[in-house]
Design a protein around this ligand. Structure first.
Ligand code: GLN
Length: 186
């Protein structure tokens, strides 16, 4: 099972290490030719405008369109999957029917942690690390909300696309990566 981690910015090594613990073969993806053969691709957090520009520059959107890997976007990765980015014309892959607002927790709560209940992963709460996170403002009718925090969706799925507004790679808890790998198998 070959899974890619987009290696343009963000916690690339942490995502790769979580996938390796789950015995996936990992490829760090920087250019279009590296998308071929991937069952899944993780888009790490970072700055979504920068990651988007680099993706376009390296021809990655076309390669993703051609090979159609499952994708898991974390934080900025969620923004890059969203059909709508409130008040922004920046690049997105347009694959997940959600509207997101960037940095929407405001200055008071730029970064915070919270225990998130994710029924699909069992009873044990997941420690959510939110870093200048986006807020999911709307979800389309085909989008499954797997977890919420304070009434807002924070982990969502549609077809083979998964997105969390928090960073699971910083906690050592690999259950979401495991869930994503099972999506890639399906
Ligand atoms: N604030 C970033 C953005 O809007 C996302 C932050 C993150 O990925 N941790 O692109």
């Amino acid at each position: 099972m070959l899974i890619g981690v987009l290696g343009l910015q963000g916690d690339v090594a942490e995502h790769a290490s979580a996938l390796q613990k789950l015995h996936a073969d990992v490829r760090i993806v920087k250019k279009a030719s590296q998308v071929r053969g991937l069952r899944g691709l993780i888009i790490p957090g970072g700055e979504s405008t920068t990651i988007g520009k680099l993706m376009v520059k390296y021809g990655l959107p076309e390669a993703i369109e051609e090979h159609k890997p499952a994708i898991y976007g974390t934080c900025a990765g969620t923004i890059l999957l969203a059909k709508e980015i409130v008040g922004s014309e920046q690049f997105s892959l347009n694959l997940l029917d959600i509207a997101v607002e960037r940095n929407a927790y405001g200055r008071q709560r730029e970064s915070f942690e919270a225990d998130i209940s994710i029924p699909a992963l069992g009873d044990k709460p997941f420690r959510g690390v939110f870093i200048r996170a986006p807020v999911i403002k709307r979800v389309g009718k085909n989008v499954e909300v797997l977890a919420e925090h304070e009434g807002r969706p924070v982990l969502v799925k549609q077809d083979k696309y998964l997105a969390s507004t928090f960073h699971p790679e910083l906690t050592g808890d690999i259950r979401i990566h495991e869930y994503f790998i099972s999506m890639c198998q399906g």
